[in-house]
Design a protein around this ligand. Structure first.
Ligand code: FRU
Length: 494
């Protein structure tokens, strides 16, 4: 049965979606209309990959959360499906928050999410009651389980918080379902709780998989836990993070913990901790395992800090990153655009060994929907260049640049002049080092975004651009002599 509230959202989509098509990115997921945040339920189902997202169709700002829905076969071309869930039950009346999905052995599509209900206490304080709920469906329509919620405060460990208890990520091992859920413990900081169940309806609390102890931010949102290249990996999105060097920026950050999962204590023993993405716009990543064994991640390409910064007259707010293939090399997380992107490359323009010393442009190198790799080497081994800059989305007024400084080993991306007239954070700097004397920048642009992959995925950084779409020039500049190779494709999705 489709509730009135869900029907209203679906009718609204039918009416208004067709008008936004020309404004949208070509291959990055948006809500089409209205607001989106976190990816939800990113998982294979019946031979396709489904993606849901936090969604409020009626405005370009956050509102009572629904789940929007799209699916794809190749992570590039997406088909829009009608909104899947609305906050239409008493236990989720204040929001159907983030969660995940799974194909059940009987062919049904299981969704697991956080239901939010705010209660006004006698002392006037508004308290959020967050519980975990499930719904069953066929890939289009979903029915919430009559036994919801399936995990509530009674299954919290001592000191756990019912107010910050959200974002279940479910998976199956043999005949057992597991879920990791973000919570806050006695010391007021984030903790990732592990639960298990035989039927996804009756759950028991298992352990604290990992805890923050006020080291990496406060509440840990949107956990994801998976095995990758013989390591165990936990992703979390901390709130209220303090900056740590150039590795972690303050505010809503993103953290990757790599280690070994002790299956006796159900605890993750950490080897290392690093940022997942160094850009301004990246939060709440979620992954899936493809049929051919790839771990693919997608994230919200936005950040709460700048989420009130809407792009002028556009009728959508929020987009997802390009799905990325993950791997671990030398103990580090690597990420690269899904290989399917290569099927959409058209018209190669390439240059080899171009000497840059000062300002330059190259014929044919421009665009706002491009896949471009620039490989940079010193032009003079005895006199290292001071910096190299790659300018993008440029016209007389606007530009975004990526700067590399070999002596310090940092990349800076600056979008101060990228169309947004507010004094928000517009610059990010992060460590990056030459390999065999070379630094390699792969840039993917899709109208209003820039995703940068350094040295074949050793670092990634995502940025929303607000620059008018006509600003498409690309230029190069350096202090000192530099030799570059450039390989540029247009990305065309018919
Ligand atoms: C993260 C988050 C989640 C929550 C959702 C609400 O961005 O705060 O913790 O489930 O957004 O929209």
């Amino acid at each position: 049965m489709i509730s009135k509230m869900l029907q209203k959202a679906r009718d609204f989509e039918k009416k208004y979606l067709p008008y936004t098509v020309s404004e949208l990115p070509k291959f990055h997921v948006t809500g089409g209309i209205g607001w989106i945040n976190d990816p939800n339920g990113f998982a294979p189902y019946k031979g396709e990959y489904h993606l849901f997202f936090q969604y409020y169709p009626y405005d370009t700002k956050w509102g009572p959360m629904h789940w929007g829905h799209v699916k794809t076969r190749d992570f590039i071309r997406w088909e829009r499906l009608p909104a899947a869930l609305a906050p239409d039950m008493d236990y989720d009346r204040d929001g159907v928050f983030s969660g995940s999905a799974l194909e059940l052995p009987d062919g049904r599509h299981l969704l697991m999410y956080t239901g939010v209900r705010n209660i006004r206490r006698r002392n006037g304080k508004l308290e959020s009651v967050q519980t975990q709920c499930i719904a069953y469906g066929d890939g289009v329509d979903y029915e919430k389980f009559e036994g919801n919620p399936v995990i509530d405060a009674s299954l919290l460990p001592e000191g756990g918080s019912m107010e910050d208890f959200r974002d279940p990520k479910i998976w199956r091992e043999g005949d057992t379902y597991y879920a990791v859920i973000g919570d806050r413990c006695e010391d007021d900081s984030g903790t990732i709780l592990l639960y298990r169940s035989k039927d996804a309806q009756h759950w028991e609390y298992v352990s604290v998989l990992s805890a923050c102890h006020n080291q990496y931010g406060r509440m840990w949102e949107c956990p994801d836990f998976f095995r990758l290249d013989r390591k165990d990996v936990l992703f979390v999105s901390p709130q209220d993070m303090a900056a740590i060097g150039l590795e972690f920026h303050p505010g809503n950050a993103n953290v990757c913990l790599i280690g070994t999962y002790d299956r006796k204590t159900y605890h993750l023993n950490r080897d290392s901790v690093q940022a997942i993405d160094y850009g301004l716009d990246f939060y709440a990543p979620q992954t899936l395992l493809t049929d051919d064994g790839r771990r693919v991640m997608i994230a919200w390409m936005q950040n709460w800090e700048t989420s009130s910064c809407k792009m002028r007259e556009l009728r959508f707010m929020g987009q997802m990153t390009l799905p990325r293939e993950l791997s671990i090399r030398n103990g580090r997380l690597y990420q690269n655009p899904v290989r399917e992107l290569e099927n959409y490359r058209r018209i190669l323009i390439d240059y080899h060994n171009v000497l840059i010393n000062g300002e330059a442009t190259l014929r044919g190198i421009y665009g706002r929907s491009i896949d471009m790799t620039v490989t940079i080497r010193p032009g003079n081994e005895n006199n290292m260049y001071k910096w190299f800059r790659l300018y993008l989305a440029r016209d007389g007024e606007n530009f975004t640049f990526i700067r590399y400084r070999p002596e310090v080993g940092t990349i800076k991306v600056d979008r101060t002049h990228s169309g947004f007239p507010h004094d928000i954070v517009n610059v990010r700097e992060f460590p990056a080092y030459m390999k065999d004397g070379v630094i390699k920048l792969r840039v993917i642009m899709d109208r209003y975004s820039l995703e940068l992959f350094v040295n074949d995925g050793e670092q990634a950084a995502s940025f929303v651009l607000y620059t008018p779409i006509e600003a498409g020039a690309v230029s190069f500049s350096s202090d000192g002599s530099v030799l570059i190779d450039v390989e540029k494709y247009d990305l065309v999705i018919d």
